[in-house]
Design a protein around this ligand. Sequence first.
Ligand code: DI6
Ligand code: FE
Length: 394
Amino acid sequence: MATPADRLWKNARLATMSGAGVVERGAVAAKDGRIAYAGPEAGAPDAAEIVDCDGRWITPGLIDCHTHLIHAGNRAREFELRLQGATYEEIARAGGGIVSTMQATRAASEAELVTESLPRLDALMAEGVTTVEIKSGYGLTLDDELKMLRAARALGEARGVRVRTTFLGAHAVPPEYRDDPEAYVDLICGTMIPALGGLADAVDAYCEGIGFSPAQTDRIFAAARAHGLPVKLHAEQLSNSQGAAIAARHAALSADHLEYLDQAGVAAMAAAGTVAVLLPGAFYFMRETKLPPVEMLRAAGVPIALATDCNPGTSPLTSPLLVMNMGATLFRLTVEECLAGVTRNAARALGLDDLGTLEMGKACDLAIWDIESPAELVYRIGFNPLHARVMGGV
Ligand code: DI6
Ligand code: FE
């Protein structure tokens, strides 16, 4: 018999999210932080410590693959203005929107950003999140962007959660460059990206009428790739700018939002292996009516992920369970698709192939649930059946 595992969770039902599907009466074993076994209990190894799950379900720890978790202040006032009829674009063009959060974020210290953002991280973790992507993009100067990225890393250390950071200097043109956006793109490409020095795991851009043009996005992505960084894109959210095709051309990990994505964009993503990250919280909060082309994505075999897009302007949302419910209710995704969206496909959207399924060799990040079937995770609204969360086998 091989050396015993460190810990064994037995008497569980497994949603492996791998080819193995569901395992009734299953067990998961951890050794040195990795999954040493996931399968029928009958074949499980010995372990130093045994946890009886009393028939509960185990899924991979949830992964929120698109957030703007780090920011200062909130935009409740802007929300009220929108309730009175103002549009998101009008507010942005009048100096509100992303720029108002930028001002608050520039004024905050790194420690203040951590303190303000921790309750949002705690809300995600309370629903089983073990990995979270966090973008910069509310600093828009080199120093303030680096401050955000350091705060994101510090947040992960404070809670022992896996954090992947994304540099989103191309979130908005800051006011000081309003008359010369190209000069700001030069700054991103020539100064900011070269200075990231390991603080960012990927580069993102907001390709939109009120953001950056396809040509500017292309330039930013070329600079990112030249520095060895993978890219992701906010694409086709408010209009079709053909951003997904640019993302695909740069072998993007993901293109996100995608309500206005067309067949050519879908085909480009399929060919490049780019994940479609759908963000139903933003769709809901913006009262969008144009649905992302789910049927086309399915037909082309593009993997679909789901994320909170937690941000103060368009998706002040910190519940991956509600995201799954919205994915099903608003976008008509199946239960299996919703679960894959916050596990296996979310891992892919971050380029993390050692997470997202219950398979030997993957990191032992688990969520253990008080439910009778996985559909309950998607079906309920505002109810949290998490029993326990396991990070790296602990
Ligand atoms: N993600 C974003 O980055 C923007 N919209 C979205 O869905 C805007 C975020 C903001 O308004 O602060
Ligand atoms: Fe976003």
